[in-house]
Design a protein around this ligand. Structure first.
Ligand code: NDP
Length: 451
């Protein structure tokens, strides 16, 4: 095929939308990658001839299954479970499991697609996948969550394995859920293997896996600022969410001398102008993970503001760390952040900024770290958990801290290399992450031929 015969970006997206109707999050994620990759491969015939992007945007397989369980009152409940195995060109499928009522195929396909590039960026041998269910753990007893997790794994166990597909946690899936799912896998398979990551330390977990995503997101900001000879020290920061990623992002920002003034959950956000120090953070971690309460309680405890049904982006800041969920920064909110003086955004959540919001950030040339690079620390330490499980050893915490730090620095530098703008000192980290993540997967696919 001559170069001039290639489909262009619009034609590519039209085909994708036709084949995947109504899957808006998936369209959004593919567009973000394709808009950079199309420019990059324009003169690279092999990627066109091999239809590489088209193939990466078509999951290897999708498993959808019924999950039946009994609630504490003896009622039979039915949910839908999924596993999207997107691409295993550079290693076993790897990606989290999400339990949230909003879970649907579009969201899981977008997450599995993104994960493919993210995992490639870590430099570790991991393919991309994602799974979950439209189950809402909120308000459920421990026994109900256990029965759900067991039922979910009763089907999933056939499709995963330490060299096949290694799920982890995500929204609504933390240490408790991983424990229940691992227990059921072990019972069904009668094998103790590293089939899940994010496990408890007593049964094959890795030091710093819990902290890794939040820490990594802050390291990425640190590295972007360092290029500008600046630092987090003294900066006012907004963080959204109050789950795993958000709370460890706050811990690291505090260690580096920043001041975090917001946290949120799906009911609203708290604004504490004095800063959320380590003691306040400990209260919030207990509130959200042990008592499973709402963030408003923290506002009462700290005597600070609570804004119901709102997101933190209206508060003036130097730096923003969206760590809750997808599309939580609208285009208008992105513009408001810029107007209020925000100089950097590092995405802890997956795809938290709407497409035009990303354009607003990059057009304003503020520092912007896209999720597939900025939150890759979690899956990186998951990859290291897999290595430890295979070798049946546990590395020391300091070794893992150093490895995480080095991996995040490596991702930053890789993005900088591919994202540097000619004739200016601006780095387009979105472009850098997309191209750096793409090339490794693409070149592996070419080596395999048409499979
Ligand atoms: P958690 O379940 O621990 O926390 C999620 C937080 O986000 C909670 O505070 C939750 O509030 C809030 N939230 C969820 N949905 C919404 C919504 N629709 N609107 C507003 N707030 C919402 O999840 P994680 O911290 O693990 O994950 C957060 C993000 O980070 C996700 O995008 C996830 O994909 C991404 N991520 C996570 C990784 C990890 O290692 N855990 C790795 C890489 C990315 P509430 O309590 O009210 O539900």
């Amino acid at each position: 095929m001559a170069v001039s015969d290639h489909v262009n970006l619009d034609q590519f997206m039209a085909g994708l939308k036709r084949r995947n109707p109504g899957e808006t999050e998936f369209h959004q994620a593919v567009y973000e990658v394709a808009s950079n990759v199309f420019d990059y491969i324009e003169d690279k015939e092999i990627y066109h001839a091999q239809q590489i992007l088209r193939r990466i945007a078509e999951p290897d397989r999708i498993i959808i299954f019924r999950v039946c369980w009994e609630d504490d009152n003896g009622n039979v409940r039915v949910n839908r479970g999924y596993r999207v195995q997107n691409n295993n060109s550079i290693g076993p499928y790897k990606g989290g499991i999400r339990f949230h009522p909003s879970v649907n195929l579009s969201i899981l396909k977008f997450l599995a697609f993104e994960q493919t590039f993210k995992n490639s960026l870590t430099g570790l041998p991991m393919g991309g996948g994602k799974g979950g269910a439209d189950f809402n753990p909120r308000g459920k007893s421990d026994n109900e969550v256990m029965r759900f997790c067991q039922s979910f794994m009763t089907e999933l166990h056939r499709h995963v394995g330490e060299d096949v597909d290694v799920p982890a946690g995500d929204i609504g899936v933390g240490a408790r859920e991983i424990g229940y799912m691992f227990g059921q896998y072990k019972r069904l398979e009668n094998r103790f293997v590293g089939v899940l990551t994010g496990k408890g330390m007593e049964f094959g977990g890795s030091p710093i896996r819990t902290e890794a995503t939040g820490y990594g997101t802050v390291y990425f900001m640190h590295d972007m600022l360092a290029v500008k000879k600046d630092a987090i020290d003294g900066k006012t920061c907004l963080v959204s969410g109050s789950g795993n990623v958000a709370t460890y992002a706050v811990e690291k920002i505090n260690q580096l001398g920043g001041k975090v003034v917001t946290l949120s959950d799906s009911s609203g956000y708290i604004y504490d102008k004095d800063g959320i120090d380590d003691d306040k953070l400990a209260f919030i971690v207990d509130l959200k993970t042990v008592r499973r309460g709402r963030i408003e309680e923290a506002a009462k405890e700290f005597n600070c503001e609570f804004h119901a049904d709102k997101r933190p982006w209206e508060v003036p800041c130097d730096l923003a760390f969206p760590c809750a969920t997808q599309n939580e920064i609208s285009t208008e909110e992105a513009k408001l952040l810029i107007k209020n003086g925000c100089m950097g955004v590092s995405e802890g959540a997956n795809m938290p900024t709407e497409q035009d919001g990303i354009h607003a950030f990059t057009n304003a040339k503020i520092l912007f770290a896209p999720s597939k690079a900025a939150n890759a620390g979690g899956v990186a330490v998951s990859g290291l958990e897999m290595s430890q499980n295979s070798a049946r050893i546990t590395w020391k915490e300091q070794e893992l801290q150093d490895l995480l730090r080095n991996i995040m620095q490596g991702i930053h530098d890789n993005c900088q290399e591919y994202g540097a703008e000619a004739g200016s000192d601006y780095v387009d980290y979105v472009k850098g992450a997309n191209i750096a993540g793409f090339t490794k997967v693409a070149d592996a696919m070419i080596a395999y031929g048409v499979v």
